[in-house]
Structure formats: C-alpha cells, structure tokens
Design a protein around this ligand. Structure first.
Ligand SMILES: Nc1ncnc2c1ncn2[C@@H]1O[C@H](COP(=O)(O)OP(=O)(O)OP(=O)(O)O)[C@@H](O)[C@H]1O
Ligand SMILES: O=P(O)(O)OC[C@H]1O[C@H](OP(=O)(O)OP(=O)(O)O)[C@H](O)[C@@H]1O
Ligand SMILES: O=C(O)c1cccnc1
Ligand SMILES: [Mg+2]
Length: 572
C-alpha cells in the first residue's frame, strides 16, 4: 500500500527542489528511484512518509562523517536495541513496530533532496562523503528481531543490527522512534485488556486527544495489537484493515429541540413503520415515563437512520431519569417490530452504579411490557476518562458494562508517556564491547548473542541469553541459568520447550519466506502469550519480575570484559 499522511507534503517538497538539481543530481535521483523500486519489490515504504534516513538526530550524520573520515565506516559492528525497565510499573512489555523497522530498512535511501540539504548544514564536509551517502543502503546490513507482538523483558536484544559501523549507527534514532511508541501503546492496551477481563469489548477512541496524526494512527493500530476490538479512527480502519465502530455525540442530541424536529416513519428492509414517532411516544406513555422530549426526538431520529444498530448516548440531560428511559421507549418499539436495538452509552457519572441501574430499568421494562422483547440484553457502553486503574476499580464494583470506549489515557499513555528503549554498540571489528555504569542495571551485555525462551510444563520460566556460538539449549537438558551480573544468583532449569527468539528477518534483503504479520494475527499472538504467562508476572500491582538469565560462558565473557574495562584506582 505505502500511502501515508505525510506523503503530499513530501511530494510538495520534492517539487520545489527539482529546479535546483544539477544533471549529476538528476542521475542520482534516477539511480535512487530505480533502487527504490527494486527495494519496494521486497517491502512497501513505511506507513508514514516522514520515516526516511533524515528522520534522525543530527549527531548520527556527524558521527557517520567522522567514521567516514577515520575510514572506520565499513568496519563490522553489532548494535542492540533494548529497554532497561518495563513501563507502567509492570513486569512485561509487548514488542511492536518491528514491521515498520523492516519497511524502513528495506527502503533506506538518501534522496538527492536529502543530500542537497545535508550539504547546506555540513558545508565543510568532503564531496566524497555525500557521494558515499547517495549510494548508501542496507544491502550490507543484517537485522534480527524478536517477532512482532512478543512479550519481552528488560535488557533483551529486541532488535540486533549487524553491518558496517556507519550505516548501523545511522539506524539508531529511526529504529528507536519506530519501536518505542508502538511498544508502549501495545503494552498499555494489553494491560487495559487484562484489567477489563477477556469478555468485555474495548473500543479505542483516542484520535482527538492523540499526539498528532502519527500518534493517532499508531495509537489505533497498536491498541488493536494489545487486545482492543475496534477503533473509532476511520483512516486506521482503511489502512490497517481493522474494525471501526462508533456511537454519537452530545451535539447530536442537543441539536434537537422538540419532537417536531423529527420525521414520523421508519423503514428497515421489509419492515415499514409509518407512525414510528407516534409509537415511540405512545410507548413512553405506556411505560409511565416523563422524559425530555428533545432527547426522545434525537433518539427516534437516530433509530430512523440506524434501525439495526440503534445505540443511544443517554447522559445529556439525566441518565436515569431521561436518557435510559427514552432509550427503552424507542428500543421497545424497534424490538416489537422484530428489529433488535443495540444499547446505550454512558459518558459521565458513576459508571458502575449507572450501568447496574440502567440494566435494572431494562429488566423492569421487559417485565412491565411482557412482550419478551429482551431489552435486558442491550449493550451498555461506557466512556469518559477511563484508565487502567478505573477498569480495575469498576470490576471490583461489579459493574454491568459490556463495552468500554477509551481514548485519552490509552493513546497518550498518561501513566507513562515514553518507553526508554536504547540502542547500544555491543561488538566492533569482532570484539565485544561493554558500557560500564555505576548502576549495574545500566551496564550493557557485550558481544553477539542469541536469546531463547525456556518453557516449563505450564509456560515460560525464563529467557536465556547465550553467546551466539554457544550450543542452543535443548529440551530435557539441564542448564545453569546465571544472573547477568551477580554470580551467586543462579538456578538450574530443564526446558520442556525451547523457543529461539531473535530471528534474522533482513540479510541485505528480506529473508526468503518472511511476510509481515497482519494486525489481527499479531493481536492473536499477544493474546495467546498472555494466556500462558504466570499470573504474578502480568498482574498490574507489584508484579514479580520475569528472569533474564545468561549461560555460564556468557557470564564469564561479561566478567572478563568488565574487569578488563574497569580502571584500577590508585589510592594515596
Ligand atoms: N464507579 C466508578 N469508580 C471509579 N471511577 C469511576 C467510576 N465511575 C466513573 N469513574 C471515573 O471517574 C471520573 C469522573 O470524572 P468527572 O467527575 O470529571 O466526570 P463526570 O462529572 O462524571 O462527567 P463530565 O464531567 O464529563 O460530565 C472519570 O475518570 C470516570 O472514568
Ligand atoms: O474520555 P476519553 O477516554 O478520552 O474517551 C473519549 C471521549 O471523547 C468524547 O467526548 P469528549 O471528551 O470530546 O467530550 P465530553 O467529555 O465533554 O463528552 C467521548 O464522549 C469520550 O468521553
Ligand atoms: O463513537 C463514539 O462514541 C466516540 C468516538 C470517539 C470519541 N468519543 C466517542
Ligand atoms: Mg471527555
């Protein structure tokens, strides 16, 4: 597909630059276009057209130039992308955004416009550097990633980049940008799903409060990955093939001023009810309700437009004294003609109490009418500033809500606005590198490594980092699993199942047979994993940390490099 919300602007920029191009530049553009087409045969461009090699921090380009000047740019390097702490005071994170990373890498190319701009900001740099940038792509780069949607833990290499030092360095900022927010949103959504329980429906309503168009689009996509059921975002529905849903707003209700504002008749397929309005008013009478007329008019009008999906926003004037009763009057008429009404949306007040009272009113109406209309089964949707802890609290209060609409807290991740993924060099010219820190948690784990998930009988027990050339752990063979930095912390484990987590997806080109997973496949994958994780690892409050261990050989390598790299203080 490759269409994107930044595309028109990029096209305009391109057009402005065209007249300044020299014939040498034009050749480069032609080469770049051919190259781009070749790459697009493997993967489409990133979803957002801002995602280009220039979507980076200036220091990446500066370092690239310095590597180039020092003739280090082609030296083989290995970088790892990881985070040090789970978000939301939790013990797990859902990895997301790897699909966009692969699309970015697949299309990585500086355009002639990019290079013309870089010349203006680096006037002293040699021409040869810009010629080098113009030719640069990811054909010498190897990217391994953990699968999209995997439940991951601190210090695990989520993405490993092997390749020439300069280009691998250039990938730092865009890769972090492409992983941090999607993983944060997917984790936030997964936590909300755990808090709400498996049976309620979750709708993402965040577009209006999201951090710009990209925040809105990513919010909708990755909320689905984390376990939401649908979004209100129409463009996200079209682009990501995800279900869209919606109700209506207070302005629709307040735009009606009296029953005169609404037509009489309703038609739905073969069902024609010429005096629908009169029937609704009569039903209200029969039920003994005294409600707001203009609200009833709005509901009747909405039912005429959407007979089979009639869902009314009930809190505009008085939820229990008007909104719910007006819904019941209209719903009863629809149901008596064989058209099933959908339900109500609560958008203020005590959502647990109101949901229970609304259901009670549905039941009482069923009993009073005695027509077997089953209004009791109407759906109750609740929205209004809902967050994870409110979901837990509503559950404790035994709410009677079927569907939650959640916006602001979900897409802005108000509880923790950023995931702190970092990108660190772990090997250069074949030599493992370590970054020391006074805080052990901030030390890097050096060298080329592999990551395995070790399962016991009921699910994952720990993740094991090995040196890349260590033998893979095997089912039934006992392993000593060591804490990465504390020798006394170790355990023996005999795997029932071993899962290799870090998989090569790009090796100069997309590896044969790999296709990007759909949003719904990833969503299902997240769900399956959370089903088998130990409950104390995924609980919302004070969860038990999941173990990341290393093999004895990796432990020894870390130790050796640690000692070699630590200067010995001279005391005097
Ligand atoms: N039973 C409940 N338990 C815990 N939190 C609740 C419950 N019912 C509602 N809430 C939350 O309490 C907050 C109520 O916010 P606030 O008082 O601003 O809204 P309101 O007055 O009900 O509605 P509005 O201001 O939109 O008319 C919301 O975050 C809502 O999700
Ligand atoms: O509360 P959120 O989780 O962000 O969910 C989306 C909110 O957006 C809509 O109204 P809006 O907030 O625009 O206006 P209102 O609160 O005054 O109804 C909707 O009625 C929800 O309340
Ligand atoms: O469809 C809705 O009810 C909706 C959509 C977005 C935001 N608030 C509500
Ligand atoms: Mg609001």
């Amino acid at each position: 597909m490759g269409s994107s919300w930044g595309f028109d602007r990029m096209r305009r920029l391109t057009r402005v630059q065209v007249s300044f191009r020299s014939s040498r530049d034009q050749d480069r553009v032609r080469r770049a276009v051919t190259q781009r087409r070749k790459h697009q045969m493997s993967l489409p461009a990133p979803e957002n057209a801002f995602v280009t090699p220039l979507l980076t921090d200036f220091y990446q380009i500066s370092m690239c130039y310095a590597y180039f000047k020092a003739k280090m740019h082609e030296q083989p390097a290995v970088f790892e992308l990881f985070f040090r702490k789970n978000p939301f005071k939790g013990a797990f994170t859902v990895l997301a955004g790897t699909d966009e990373v692969l699309r970015f890498v697949s299309n990585f190319k500086f355009t002639a416009e990019h290079i013309a701009y870089l010349r203006t900001v680096m006037p002293h740099a040699e021409d040869a550097f810009f010629d080098y940038l113009a030719e640069l792509d990811c054909s010498k780069v190897k990217i391994s990633t953990i699968a999209e949607g995997t439940v991951v833990f601190p210090k695990e290499p989520l993405i490993r980049v092997e390749g020439p030092l300069a280009v691998a360095q250039l990938l730092e900022t865009p890769l972090l940008n492409l992983i941090n927010y999607p993983s944060l949103i997917a984790t936030n959504a997964a936590r909300m799903r755990l808090a709400a329980g498996p049976t309620v429906k979750l709708l993402e309503f965040g577009l209006r409060r999201a951090q710009g168009p990209d925040g809105g689009m990513s919010g909708s996509k990755y909320a689905m990955v984390g376990g939401f059921d649908a979004t209100s975002n129409v463009l996200a529905g079209m682009m990501f093939d995800i279900p869209i849903q919606g109700t209506h707003a207070h302005s629709f209700i307040t735009s009606f001023t009296s029953l005169d504002d609404v037509d009489d008749g309703l038609t739905h397929g073969p069902v024609v009810i010429p005096d629908f309005k009169q029937q609704c008013v009569a039903m209200r009478e029969r039920l003994g309700y005294r409600t707001n007329d203009s609200e009833l008019a709005a509901f009747i009008s909405y039912a005429i437009s959407f007979p089979a999906t009639f869902l009314a926003l009930v809190d505009t004037y008085s939820t229990l004294d008007s909104g719910v009763k007006n819904y019941v009057a209209v719903a009863a008429v629809l149901a008596s003609h064989g058209i099933k009404p959908l339900g109500i949306r609560l958008d203020s007040g005590d959502l647990a109490y109101l949901s229970i009272q609304a259901r009670k009113q549905f039941r009482e109406a069923d009993e009073k009418l005695g027509l077997d209309l089953k209004l009791e089964n109407s759906t109750i949707v609740a929205s209004n500033d809902i967050n994870e802890s409110i979901l837990h609290s509503l559950k404790e209060q035994k709410h009677d809500i079927d569907t939650f609409g959640i916006g602001t807290h979900l897409v802005t991740c108000q509880a923790q606005p950023a995931l702190g993924c970092v990108y660190k060099l772990v090997q250069v010219r074949g030599m493992p590198r370590i970054k020391l820190s006074n805080e052990k948690d901030k030390m890097t784990i050096p060298g080329l490594k592999q990551l395995y998930r070790i399962h016991g009988r009921t699910g994952p027990i720990l993740d094991l980092l090995t040196r890349a050339d260590d033998p893979a752990p095997a089912v039934g063979e006992s392993i000593m699993a060591m804490h990465p930095f504390q020798e006394e912390k170790r355990a023996r484990v005999t795997p029932v199942k071993v899962e290799k987590l870090l998989l090569v997806r790009w090796d100069g080109r997309l590896v044969d047979g790999y296709t990007l997973p759909s949003v719904s496949d990833t969503r299902e994958f997240v769900k399956q994993q959370l089903r088998v994780m130990r409950e104390d690892h995924i609980r919302s409050q004070f969860p038990t940390p999941y173990k990341l261990s290393v093999t004895q050989t990796l432990f020894a390598s870390i130790r050796k490099l640690w000692l070699e790299s630590s200067p010995v203080a001279e005391l005097c």
